[in-house]
Unconditional design. Structure first.
Length: 115
């Protein structure tokens, strides 16, 4: 009889190595646009930079230890090398210049991250 069969027969549960949970990433949005996070632009940009939207949370301000990957609050955005910066979603959907600026920012971000 196998060792595991003995353990099972005695009702002893075996130790399993913990699987780390996926890190929750933060996307900062303009407070007026918090309801518009289902835009296809957002899901496409996140997919292009290799982020699953299911692992993201949308917020209007960053918490103390938040891992911000995209700040789309426009003029309120805080620049950083570790995040995308863009105009709010309504401007991205309507303004080609806002899309161009985001694309340029994405290229720099992906080059830095090796994507």
């Amino acid at each position: 009889m196998e060792k595991n069969a003995y353990l099972d027969a005695m009702g002893i549960t075996r130790w399993k190595k913990a699987v780390p949970q996926n890190e929750v990433l933060t996307v900062l949005v303009n407070p007026l646009r918090i309801k518009e996070v289902d835009s296809p632009i957002i899901s496409k940009v996140l997919a292009l930079i290799g982020v699953d939207i299911a692992h993201c949370r949308f917020a209007v301000r960053a918490e103390a230890n938040a891992n911000v990957i995209w700040d789309m609050r426009g003029k309120q955005a805080v620049a950083g090398d570790d995040r995308l910066i863009s105009a709010p979603i309504n401007e991205l959907e309507a303004n080609i210049e806002a899309k161009r600026a985001l694309w340029g920012n994405m290229q720099a971000y992906m080059a830095k991250k090796g994507i």
